[in-house]
Design a protein. Sequence first.
Length: 196
Amino acid sequence: MKVIRQATVPQYANYKRYKRFLREDFSYRCAYCMIHERHYGPLSAMSIDHFCPKKLFPYLQVDYTNLYYCCGECNTRKDDRWPTEKELVAGLRFVDVCQDEWAEHLELRNDVLNGRTRAGEYTVQHVQLTRDGLRERNRDLRMKEEDARNELAIIDGMRRRFGPSVDPDLEREFHSLQQIALGRLRAVSSPEPFAG
């Protein structure tokens, strides 16, 4: 995912007022771990990160282009960390989803986020993307997706076994079961954002 900022935003003196615009621009996902707000917890648990920390870059405190939508855990762990000049020269930096394609630098493997590049490794280390809670969330989401896909495969197999001349009542039952499984799959792969 690469974030293309589309929101036309008013100027605010308080950066927290940008949250509703950031949610849309970041597709309701954390800029670092990519967890969807629906899978993270209540909307109030999602936060705004100053990509360039406001402590080091106070002039960017309310600059919309420096504000990133993220989960509270990633925001807390990144904190005011910023690479030194020496680290930047060595390619050690945070993955910037407004400039970089996330998947070029990071990958989810065995429920754990891993760095694919030096920037990815730096981000994993300093945002602690291998943390237990995130790994558990990723495992839970993977298992729910696998369960829904398995259900769909079983329903499809039953439909094929009964053939095209299936009883209309049975076909309605198959259709109903399929819709339920598809709903569970959508809830994992493309969940609805919170209202607000």
